[in-house]
Design a protein around this ligand. Structure first.
Ligand code: CO
Length: 205
């Protein structure tokens, strides 16, 4: 077995033992069920682990991740996670977490062909088309990429609003609160760009 795989499994044994010793009910409580307060949609990037950077313990956040934290209306995988989170788990918050330095966003902005993934990245190209004027006005490439990361978070929140699940929840007066965050893996800090605590007209694109 590769050394690092062996290390992971050894760590797991020790971790499970430590948890059990710390709190003999820890795993029993988790086994009884989950009551997460939030659904997190993040990027698959290994440097970005939303539950780690907000210190959420097991059972606290329901998580879905894909390349560039996209909400595609034909993606049954995300839509199923979303429906379960809203209708069964009744999460109170939905947090879209993008991140600066996102390779998916960078790839979408370039004109290179990457194969199958280009079809997924077309979702980001749609965001670019929607905000073409704003993006073209930014001369600095890094700043333009950072802005596209933010605009992508706004547009994925808009996509969430269009889903049948969200609209039904709204009709029933139980729509979760929507939040947009951008994580910076160079500093470890989250930039809050959208949410009920922010003046939405100022933060909207
Ligand atoms: Co990314």
């Amino acid at each position: 077995m590769d050394d690092f795989i062996k290390q992971y499994l050894e760590y797991n044994q020790q971790w499970a033992q430590d948890k059990q010793e710390e709190d003999s009910e820890y795993f029993n409580l988790l086994a009884e069920g989950q009551h997460p307060k939030a659904l997190l949609l993040g990027c698959s990037d290994s440097r970005v682990s939303p539950s780690v950077v907000i210190g959420a313990d097991l059972g606290e956040v329901f998580v879905h991740r894909n390349i560039a934290n996209v909400v595609a209306h034909s993606d049954l995988n995300f839509l199923s996670v979303f429906q379960y989170a809203v209708e069964v788990l009744k999460v109170e918050h939905i947090i879209v977490v993008g991140h600066y330095g996102c390779g998916g966003i960078q790839a979408a902005m370039s004109n290179n062909l990457y194969g199958l993934i280009d079809n997924w990245l077309a979702n980001i190209k749609d965001v670019m088309t929607l905000h073409e004027a704003e993006l073209n006005a930014i001369a600095d490439e890094q700043q333009r990429l950072n802005r596209l990361v933010e605009l992508n978070v706004f547009e994925q929140i808009n996509n969430i609003r269009q889903t049948s699940v969200f609209r039904k929840a709204q009709q029933n007066g139980i729509a979760p609160k929507l939040h947009g965050w951008v994580y910076n893996f160079s500093t470890g800090l989250i930039n809050v760009i959208f949410g009920p605590e922010i003046n939405s007209s100022a933060s909207r694109v």
